[in-house]
Design a protein. Structure first.
Length: 106
């Protein structure tokens, strides 16, 4: 299976686990010490579900938002992390370039 064939988060998880080196995957997937915060986060997110909406006109969707008086193309941004380089050399610079090109906050 590849990313284009994935139909849900579990599929993406399985693909990532196979493709990412174990030390890097364990870093992303795990938490610190007893992983209490990780467990609480997982439990919190499991309370929410996605409501599928079929046959909805998606030709004019606008996900832009305004943050600190500036309009961005999406409701999320890229946080600076020193660990992006675990997966690819120069990944932090690639993320910054992509965010700039797509007009997403960094």
């Amino acid at each position: 299976m590849n990313v284009k064939q994935a139909i849900n988060i579990d599929d993406l998880y399985k693909i990532a686990k196979k493709r990412i080196p174990k030390v890097a995957f364990d870093f992303i997937e795990g938490g610190v010490e007893s992983e209490t915060a990780l467990s609480r986060n997982i439990n919190s997110f499991q309370r929410y579900g996605l409501l599928p909406r079929y046959l909805v006109d998606v030709s004019k969707i606008d996900q832009s938002t305004t943050l600190f008086g500036k309009k961005w193309n999406g409701p999320f941004g890229f946080a600076p992390t020193g660990t992006a380089g675990l997966f690819r050399r120069g990944a932090d610079l690639m993320l910054a370039a992509a965010a700039s090109k797509l007009i997403f906050p960094i």
